[in-house]
Design a protein around this ligand. Structure first.
Ligand SMILES: [Zn+2]
Length: 293
């Protein structure tokens, strides 16, 4: 049985497909347990005309169903919605959201966690917030003094989604320039330098699944119109590889570009094997004692 468990922690419905869909689809197809936590229902982002906006409640319910449909296509084992308000994730009570993330991390016990990079890809405050909360939750989940019902769990590796210039160009070919005005200042995407990319995942066998999952987000499709019009080669290219920055690893290091998020991760031993190993250790120790005597 595949013991690998991968958890993605994202801000909005569609981040799991547009952002990390390739990686999720690939590891799910390989038999790993792939889990998703989405912090908001994306109930405010509306691309249609204002008159047809159904309101946050209805749009939130629609986006929730779209998320589940995409998750089924990607082959995810579980999806959890935390129900924070779209656009206000950075106003969430840190102790509340971190405690929620900790309880999921301790229950799922993933070796690998994925989230947004500290710039939120193009400065989106929700993406930045989930990156910070996720990073904090990993520390808290491993801390025996952070009390909840469950046992501490140390995540072995944390990754930030790191789009390089090529990916940014491809996104902008479909969506135009990614900009956002926050606190009167314009934010735009800041691609990662190629030398800073630690991990490149081949997802070429899964690009169709990713595109299919993206297409589940029908209420967002008016904003994706250009994407629908682009040729097949574009999609093959766009969803056929993913780049990440290894923000934290307890199990490996170095400059060699990884091709697997689980590089260096040792699978847990079966409880029986652990028992045998422990007995052997005791036996060897008593042997040494006997020799000394
Ligand atoms: Zn998002």
């Amino acid at each position: 049985m595949d013991e690998r468990r991968l958890l993605a922690i994202m801000a909005h419905p569609d981040d799991e497909s547009m952002g990390v869909g390739g990686a999720l689809a690939r590891y799910a197809a390989e038999g790993a347990g792939v889990y998703l936590i989405t912090a908001t229902r994306g109930q405010l982002g509306w691309f249609g005309d204002e008159a047809s906006y159904p309101g946050p409640q209805i749009l939130g319910a629609i986006r929730e169903q779209e998320l589940y449909a995409a998750a089924r296509i990607l082959g995810l084992r579980e999806v959890h919605l935390l129900d924070y308000m779209d656009g206000a994730l950075d106003q969430a009570q840190p102790n509340r959201i971190i405690a929620q993330l900790v309880s999921h991390i301790r229950r799922i016990r993933p070796q690998v966690v994925l989230t947004f990079d500290p710039n939120g890809y193009y400065g989106h405050p929700d993406h930045i917030a989930i990156s910070q909360f996720t990073t904090a939750a990993l520390i808290a989940a491993a801390d025996g003094n952070f009390k909840d019902k469950s046992a501490p769990h140390r995540v072995s590796k944390l990754y930030y989604l790191a789009a390089n210039k090529a990916t940014q160009d491809a996104y902008e070919a479909a969506f135009g320039e990614l900009t956002m005005k926050i606190d009167g200042v314009e934010r735009r995407s800041t691609p990662w330098a190629d030398w800073a990319i630690t991990t490149r995942i081949d997802t070429s066998a899964h690009w169709q699944k990713v595109w299919q999952a993206i297409s589940c987000h029908r209420s967002q499709l008016p904003g994706y119109q250009k994407l629908l019009d682009l040729p097949e080669e574009y999609h093959q290219n766009m969803w056929g590889a993913q780049t990440f920055y290894r923000a934290m690893s307890l199990v490996n290091s170095g400059r060699a570009v990884e091709s697997d998020l689980f590089s260096g991760v040792k699978m847990e031993q079966h409880p029986l094997e652990v028992a045998v190993t422990q007995r052997m250790t005791v036996f060897q120790r008593s042997e040494i004692l006997n020799d000394a005597a």
